[in-house]
Design a protein around this ligand. Structure first.
Ligand code: ATP
Ligand code: MG
Ligand code: MG
Length: 554
């Protein structure tokens, strides 16, 4: 990215590097909560954290923020690792978990009690919250705030042993009940939860809160830049306060906030995405309509396209909603360069070339005009073919450059044909289009007729060699630009019931028989498609990744 201006985080880093701060180290982390699959918003954070580490010869950790055993699951830790690796990033050393530090955090909590900086509070959650008051007036001290160190230590140890029920006691930091920052009004450090943890099992029945955990974990890992989203800006004084309780070294990680990147026509909160999965609005977290990384992967997105998207979206302190068209632009750009072109007919209608001999010949077609090294392939051509139903029109307007009665078109890579007559069924549907074939007009044959200009070029598939496939066409999952942005209407009200259209009996050129899940193609004139994980050798299934911006020869 030579010559590109620095984003505000890079500016901070470069100023610090110039001052020699942290001995020139840049060490970031990506800290997902394992309570759902990663989405495209997370992808921008991943690209940012891992990208900064790469740019400044630093490191980036993957750390699971697993302090809430109620919502967490190994399914999520597995999928998150898979997604980060698929995006092309490698974390430093082993995977970290906030739960790795539960012993250390507990020890630090006891130290804070010994220093008179933490106390056990017996108030209910409601009483604690009422005591904090509002921003306009100072809070009131808890009646338990002045417990002795001995009593606090004893109660905290017994909390750990499981002697008290959930909700009966918490450990609070003793900071300032009249702070203008509500988070500084004696925040909770530990709560009682009798929940099995996906890693520590039943070892703990008290769990540290995010604010007490996050900065201390950054400290333990030697993180220099703890990048998070803007809603944590108000947490920064608390982040720093907890770090100040560690008196061991001068080194301090630095929290830097940037604004979330959201996408229109979708929702991005894990809670809402989970609801779509649990209530069956989608087939799973990796449904190709989901804004999850696994959904985008299944849809046919490449890691390169998502990284390019993150780069284009950039980093700033201003929240933005990115147009989904930008994401689509990024995948189209990449697939245009890399995806082999093939022919597939999604809504087939049969054409017979009445004067063409009863034979199959092979025609040569280039695999990718954007990539000279992609070479040519041979495609069978014969007397009976399929074309798209809407590439033929009986009473066509003047601007219709496809097949019409008496009109001519070129079949891509093959011959010029002319429609002579059509056959119809009892309802008037066209069942067969009779054409004549100009036998002198074969593409690339060098004859005068082969250079003849006709207005339209159609894709086609030879009927006897064609293979059948199911093709799934996707549209936006929501009809509204900001489905979660309506005060009185649930986001699910805006679901687009027509976001999935399944086409059966599509006709594909026979070379696609070998296509494997994940393989990507351009179906000429139609868009980019990939093989779905549901696909079987005898019953292929394709997903439409994205349409073509400009369809050629229309
Ligand atoms: P969600 O709202 O989807 O639950 P979260 O912030 O609770 O998101 P985390 O698992 O905590 O999810 O996120 C891990 C990291 O990804 C955090 O640093 C978070 O700030 C960042 N992140 C999450 N959503 C976005 C987004 N839309 N844009 C940029 N970064 C994001
Ligand atoms: Mg979070
Ligand atoms: Mg969340």
């Amino acid at each position: 990215d030579e010559g590109k201006s620095l984003n505000f985080i890079e500016q901070i880093i470069e100023e610090e590097l110039a001052e020699g701060k942290n001995e020139g180290r840049v060490y970031t982390r990506f800290p997902p909560e394992p309570n759902g699959y990663l989405h495209i918003g997370h992808a921008t954070s991943i690209c940012l954290n891992f990208g900064l580490a790469a740019k400044y010869q630093g490191k980036c950790n993957l750390r699971f923020d697993d302090t809430n055993p109620v919502k967490e699951d190994v399914e999520y830790t597995d999928s998150i690792q898979e997604d980060i690796q698929w995006l092309g990033f490698e974390w430093e050393g082993k995977v970290r978990y906030a739960s790795d530090y539960f012993d250390q955090l507990y020890e630090w909590a006891e130290q804070m009690i010994l220093q008179g900086k933490a106390y056990v509070d017996d108030q209910t959650a409601e009483e604690i919250s009422a005591g904090r008051k509002t921003i306009n007036e100072p809070g009131v001290n808890s009646p338990y705030r002045n417990r002795s160190v001995e009593e606090n230590l004893d109660l905290f140890r017994r909390m750990r042993k499981g002697e008290f029920p959930e909700g009966s006691k918490v450990l609070r930091a003793k900071i300032d009940m009249s702070s203008p920052n509500m988070l500084m009004r004696d925040p909770i450090m530990y709560r009682i939860l009798f929940n099995k943890h996906h890693r520590t099992g039943d070892k703990w029945c008290i769990y540290p809160m995010y604010d007490f955990t996050h900065g201390q974990s950054d400290y333990l890992e030697g993180i220099t830049h703890s990048i998070c989203t803007l809603e944590f800006e108000v947490h920064r004084p608390l982040y720093n306060w907890f770090l100040d309780q560690l008196t061991h070294t001068e080194y301090r990680p630095r929290q830097i906030e940037f604004a979330r990147r959201n996408l229109n026509y979708t929702v991005m909160s894990k809670r809402k995405l989970l609801e779509l999965v649990q209530k069956g609005y989608v087939s799973g977290w990796d449904d190709p309509r989901m804004p999850t990384i696994s959904g985008l992967r299944r849809r046919g997105y490449t890691p390169e396209s998502i990284r390019a998207f993150a780069e284009k979206v950039g980093v700033a302190r201003r929240e933005i909603v990115v147009d989904i068209a930008l994401l689509e632009y990024c995948i189209r750009e990449h697939l245009n360069k890399t995806a082999p072109r093939v022919m597939a007919v999604l809504h087939p209608v049969k054409v017979v070339l009445d004067n063409y001999p009863d034979q199959t010949e092979m025609v040569e077609i280039e695999n990718n005009p954007e990539d000279a090294s992609a070479g040519m392939r041979k495609v069978p051509f014969s007397r009976e073919l399929y074309i798209e139903r809407d590439d033929f029109m009986e009473n066509a307007p003047k601007k219709f450059f496809r097949l019409t009665p008496g009109g001519e078109v070129r079949l891509k890579g093959a011959y010029i044909i002319k429609c002579e007559r059509v056959e119809k069924d009892a309802e008037g549907n066209i069942t067969l289009i009779h054409c004549s074939c100009d036998m002198e007009s074969k593409s690339g044959s060098g004859t005068e007729a082969s250079n003849r200009k006709v207005k339209g070029t159609l894709h086609w598939v030879s009927a006897s060699e064609a293979i059948d496939a199911e093709v799934r066409l996707y549209d936006r999952l929501f009809k509204d630009e900001d489905p979660a942005g309506h005060k009185d209407v649930d986001f699910k009200e805006f679901i687009n019931e027509n976001s999935l259209e399944i086409l059966k009996g599509c006709k594909l050129e026979p070379g696609l028989k070998e296509a494997k899940p994940g393989d990507r193609f351009q179906f000429q004139r139609l868009g980019y498609f990939c093989v779905d994980k549901d696909s079987q050798p005898e019953s292929l299934v394709f997903n439409r990744t994205v349409g073509l911006k400009d369809t050629w020869a229309k």
